[in-house]
Write a new protein. Structure first.
Length: 161
């Protein structure tokens, strides 16, 4: 006598498929029964009130404001151009590795640490040097350096008594 080709797991899978099919058919019938056809345009409209909330009532024409396209700012707000004197900062080189060609400057005003690469140097520098520098945004391809710096030695005038 040969065994039946249908095993218990095959029967269970077939039962689950039939159950899912029936549930899907029931949901489809329920959607058809509850669908409201022939709604008017007014019933389907949604409005935004003065606070930005979605409502089903139209806005009050008395509260209407006139918007001027030139006053609208889309995107990033333009920053005022800084004076060249504000761009130049002074600091002290806290770390500089000559073999690897990078270091850090501590800004004297804000106490921020700024990354510097040897390609941005004007003159040779070493740790402890007082320098004046400009901060520039780095190119996106260099993930290590957040800021690149152009450096020139400070000109400090000593006052004689």
């Amino acid at each position: 006598m040969a065994k039946s080709q249908e095993t218990f797991s095959k029967k269970e899978k077939e039962k689950l498929k039939l159950k899912k099919r029936k549930e899907k058919e029931e949901k489809r019938e329920e959607r058809k029964a509850s669908a409201v056809k022939g709604q008017s345009l007014e019933d389907m409209m949604a409005y935004v009130d003065e606070n930005g909330n979605i409502t089903n009532t139209p806005p009050d024409p008395k509260k209407r404001r006139v918007a001027i396209a030139e006053d609208m700012v889309i995107g990033v707000v333009k920053q005022a151009a800084q004076e060249p004197a504000d761009l130049i900062r002074k600091g002290v080189i806290t770390f500089f590795n000559e073999s690897k060609g990078y270091g850090f400057i501590k800004d004297l005003k804000s106490q921020d640490s700024v990354f510097v690469h040897v390609n941005g140097l004007v003159d040779q520098v070493k740790e402890g040097d007082k320098v004046s520098f400009e901060v520039e945004k780095s190119i996106p391809e260099t993930p290590i350096c957040v800021l690149s710096v152009v450096i020139a030695p400070c000109k400090v005038a000593l006052q004689q008594p």
